[in-house]
Design a protein around this ligand. Structure first.
Ligand SMILES: Cc1ncc(COP(=O)(O)O)c(C=O)c1O
Length: 453
């Protein structure tokens, strides 16, 4: 059925009515939302029932690394569905084992095993569980300005307002400030000052909270939804050193940045750092079927050789999810995905965005790496006052609404969070599409310039 026929037969109205009547949506006041009925997608675009096409500049929720309807991933799912649609986790299974082996291969020789989960939150939940069991220490440190998921410990680790209504949850989490030079908590003016002071602050936090009580530190390698905060040189190496010194497990949350977003298999590899546990989800199979997991170091895996790990999931390593994961590795290798992410990020995105700091009064800072960038919108470049307040909603968030509408009206679906827009398109986006989308964002920023003039 064509898009036009769908519209004529009232398919859109039916989708909208079923949704509004019966689907309870994430993070929302149910009566205040109006979700767009989506009719389909291909590559870097999706479209609605009226035929409006959108370049997906947020890769859905930064999971759609290989784009919509990638033929290799779809075929892998179809083939797996025909051979064995499901098998419970206590059996050995070909695609589950192959995916685990391939993940360990790219993670590096420190690692030996993968515990598969249904998504990112339960990956973090189980990584913390492992760290607590191997150290015998319960407390966990995590950053302000972070998101780690929606289950009890994961939402407690989270350092953004999504945690507030869920407190108290896991009472053994303490937050600290990570590096963020543009709005430095340490009054730093250079990257090296920020690195040194952020590490001093983290060490003070460890000492004052009691190293003998802290089992793990959980850090998004590049903070995602809370700002695309790329750690300055030396910061993650310093975290590694503190973890070693104080007997703490270093958990790298790579749910958003793992599998190519920064041009590396895992973003820590760009910082020359090896954590003890790496959590992943999203990009492992572009989210075609829910899948996440924990990559486990040899040392931590060995701790469970003779002792049972007290955790499990009915769908751990589900074959329909693992098959497109294996196909993802093939596509990355064949199509040079990591190389093209680095190339497009440095050659196309960086110079265009850096130009906007000069050309747009509303652009305070741009930052990022690979195909993962943030544009921070401000009212005033001097004071750095954000375009909208922290956690703004309703009327307070209206200026960002103006920006988002301008993008959508011109065929780009933007990722908007607080006073920022993020550039996180599928890693398969063509250079023409990327330049077209950036031009739309450039024009939408001019509308914001007019608002603050
Ligand atoms: C860094 C990070 N960790 C964890 C999660 C939670 O993943 P999920 O929604 O699959 O549970 C997310 C989701 O956006 C994330 O960005």
């Amino acid at each position: 059925m064509t898009i036009e026929n769908d519209a004529m037969t009232g398919a859109e109205a039916r989708v909208r009515a079923d949704d509004r009547g019966h689907v309870f949506h994430s993070w929302s006041a149910q009566g205040l939302i109006d979700p767009l009925p989506v009719a389909g997608g291909a590559g870097s675009e999706f479209w609605d029932y009226e035929g409006n096409r959108y370049l997906d500049f947020g890769s859905q929720l930064v999971n759609l690394n290989l784009g919509h309807q990638h033929p290799d991933l779809v075929e892998a799912i179809e083939k797996q569905a025909r051979s064995l649609a499901t098998i419970q986790p206590s059996f050995a299974n070909d695609v589950r084992g192959e995916l685990a082996r391939r993940i360990v291969d790219v993670a590096g020789e420190t690692f030996s095993k993968v515990f598969f989960t249904n998504g990112g939150a339960d990956a973090n939940e189980n990584a913390v569980r492992m760290a607590r069991l191997v150290t015998g220490k319960r407390k966990v440190l995590a950053m302000y300005r972070s998101y780690h998921g929606n289950t009890t410990t994961a939402i407690s680790l989270t350092g953004d307002p999504r945690r507030w209504p869920n407190e108290p949850a896991d009472g053994s989490v303490v937050h600290f400030f990570g590096p963020y030079l543009y709005r430095s908590a340490f009054h730093a003016e250079t990257e090296s000052e920020e690195t040194r002071r952020a590490l001093e602050h983290l060490e003070q936090t460890i000492v004052l909270e009691g190293a003998s009580t802290i089992g793990a530190i959980v850090i998004e390698t590049v903070v995602g939804t809370n700002g695309v905060l790329v750690p300055p040189p030396g910061y993650l190496a310093g975290v590694r050193e503190l973890c070693d010194r104080y007997g703490i497990v270093y958990i790298a949350d790579e749910v958003m940045v793992g599998f190519g977003r920064t041009g590396e298999w895992f973003a820590v590899q760009g910082h020359g750092v090896t954590p003890d546990l790496i959590t992943f989800a999203k990009g492992v199979n572009s989210g075609y079927v829910p899948l996440g997991g924990v990559v486990i170091s040899k040392e931590i895996a060995a701790a469970f050789d003779e002792r049972a790990f007290p955790g499990g999931l009915t769908y751990s390593g589900h074959p329909l999810a693992c098959a497109p994961g294996v196909a993802t590795f093939e596509v990355f290798r064949r199509d040079g995905i990591l190389e093209r992410v680095k190339d497009l990020g440095e050659r196309v995105v960086r110079p265009i965005l850096e130009g906007w700091v000069e050309s747009h009064p509303c652009v305070g800072e741009v930052r990022g790496t690979g195909l993962f960038w943030a544009i921070e919108l401000v009212r005033d470049k001097e004071t750095r006052e954000p375009l909208v307040p922290f956690n703004a909603a309703g009327k307070d968030a209206a200026p960002m609404g103006v920006f988002a509408k301008a993008c959508k009206d011109s065929g780009v679906w933007p990722f908007v969070h607080f006073n920022r827009t993020h550039i996180a398109p599928p890693l398969v986006i063509t250079e023409d599409e990327l330049r077209r989308g950036l031009k739309v964002i450039d024009e939408a920023l001019s509308e914001v310039d007019a608002l603050i003039a």
